[in-house]
Design a protein around this ligand. Structure first.
Ligand code: ZN
Length: 364
C-alpha cells in the first residue's frame, strides 16, 4: 500500500491570515480565478490583501469558465510568461484550480501544448501552486489531478505528482454564500469521490478510512446544509468531507460514474457533481455482484444500496429531464469504453451494459 499526499493543508476560519508568509512561493504570482466566485466569496480579497501586505507583485487572470478549455489555459500561460510569474495561486471551485494546475505546468515548460499534459513523461517541473477552494466538492486542493475539455469536446483528466498544490488554504467561510443548487452539485461530487474511491480496485485500508468518514459527514450534513445554507458549522463539515474525499481519489482515482457523467456534463449541460452522482447506485449494484466487500462502507452508512439511491433522490440528484438520441448514446458508449475508468471499476463492462446505464438514468 502507498499513501502519498504532499500538500500542506491549512484549515480554519481566516486561516490565510494566520499563515500568510507561506503563500509566498515565488517572486510574482499569477492569480487564476473564474469570473465571479473568487470575488463573491471574499477569497480573492483575502489573497490580494495578504499579497499587498507582503509586497508580493501579482497579476490576476479571471478567464476560467466552467469545464476549462485549452484556450483558457493557454491564455493563462501567455499571461504568466509575459509577466514573468513564477508561482500560481488558484482560487475557486474545481475549474479554476484545475486550470491553475495546467497553467503551472505549461508556464514552466513553454514548449508544451495542452495535449502534452496528458503524458506526464513530457515534463518534470511545474510552477509551485497555492490552492484556495471556494466550494466543497472537487477536492482538487489535495489531488494530483486536473480535468480539461479538449477541442473535440471530450473531458479528460491528467495526473502528475507535480500538480499536487504545495499549500492549500481551506476556509469554510468562503462557502456560506453558495447557492443551494451549487451546494448540492459540489457536495455530491465529493460524495462521488468518496464512494468511487471505496468501490475502486485501487482502494486501500487507509483510503477507505478517509472515504468512510467523508461519506458519513455528507450523509449527516448535506440534508442539514440544504435547509440552512449559511450555517457555518454545517459548511465546515462539508468542507472537511470534500477534502477527505479528495485525499481518497488522490490514492484511488475515480471510476466509471465520473466517465459516464463527463458526457452528460458536456452534451447536456448538467453540472459535474450531479451528472456523476446519478450513476453511483447503478455502479455500486454492479460492483456488489463481483466484489461485495467493496460496498460494505456504503451499506454500513445508508443501510442498503436501495436506501443510498433514495438518499440521492431525496437530495435532488435526479431532478432533471434528459433524453439521449441514438447518435449520442453511440458516442457516449464509445468514449466511456475508451476511458481509463473502466479498468479500475470492479465488474465486467461492455457496450451493451454501458448503454443500459444511460437508458436507465432517463427512466428514473
Ligand atoms: Zn468529480
Amino acid at each position: 500500500m502507498l499513501y502519498y499526499m504532499p500538500t500542506k493543508l491549512y484549515y480554519g476560519k481566516d486561516i490565510i491570515f494566520q499563515h500568510k508568509e507561506e503563500i509566498v512561493l515565488g517572486e510574482k504570482a499569477i492569480i487564476v480565478t473564474g469570473k465571479n466566485s473568487a470575488k463573491l466569496t471574499g477569497a480573492l480579497d483575502d489573497v490580494i490583501s495578504v499579497l499587498e501586505e507582503l509586497k508580493i507583485p501579482y497579476i490576476h487572470y479571471d478567464g476560467i469558465g466552467e469545464n476549462p478549455t485549452y484556450e483558457m489555459v493557454l491564455k493563462g500561460k501567455e499571461i504568466a510568461l509575459s509577466n514573468e510569474c513564477d508561482f500560481v495561486i488558484a482560487i475557486g471551485g474545481g475549474s479554476p484550480m484545475d486550470a491553475g494546475k495546467a497553467i503551472a505546468v505549461l508556464t514552466a515548460n513553454p514548449e508544451l501544448t495542452p495535449d502534452d499534459l496528458f503524458d506526464m513523461n513530457n515534463y518534470d517541473v511545474a510552477l509551485p501552486i497555492v490552492a484556495v477552494p471556494t466550494t466543497a466538492g472537487t477536492g482538487s486542493e489535495v489531488t494530483p489531478f486536473a480535468v480539461l475539455t479538449k477541442p473535440n469536446g471530450r473531458k479528460s483528466g491528467f495526473k502528475s505528482e507535480l500538480i499536487f498544490p504545495d499549500i492549500s488554504y481551506l476556509d469554510p467561510k468562503y462557502m456560506v454564500k453558495i447557492s443551494k443548487a451549487l451546494t448540492l452539485t459540489t457536495a455530491v461530487d465529493a460524495l462521488s469521490h468518496a464512494v468511487e474511491g471505496t468501490l475502486s480496485k485501487k482502494s486501500t485500508p487507509l483510503s477507505d478510512m478517509l472515504a468512510k468518514e467523508s461519506i458519513r459527514l455528507i450523509y449527516e450534513y448535506l440534508p442539514k446544509v440544504l435547509n440552512d445554507l449559511e450555517n457555518i458549522e454545517y459548511r465546515e463539515k462539508l468542507a472537511i468531507a470534500s477534502t477527505l474525499a479528495g485525499m481518497v481519489i488522490a490514492q484511488t482515482g475515480t471510476i466509471l460514474p465520473h466517465s459516464l457523467g463527463y458526457r452528460i456534463t458536456i452534451h447536456k449541460g448538467i453540472r459535474h457533481g450531479q451528472a456523476t452522482a446519478m450513476f453511483l447506485p447503478l455502479i455500486a449494484e454492479e460492483v456488489e455482484k463481483y466484489s461485495p466487500e467493496k460496498t460494505k462502507i456504503i451499506k454500513d452508512i445508508f443501510g442498503t444500496l436501495d436506501k443510498f439511491f433514495v438518499f440521492l433522490k431525496d437530495m435532488g440528484v435526479y431532478e432533471f429531464n434528459i433524453d439521449f438520441t441514438n447518435e449520442e448514446l453511440e458516442l457516449f458508449v464509445n468514449e466511456v469504453m475508451l476511458s481509463s475508468h473502466v479498468k479500475n471499476t470492479p465488474g465486467e463492462y461492455d457496450k451493451g451494459k454501458i448503454k443500459n446505464m444511460y437508458t436507465k438514468i432517463t427512466e428514473i
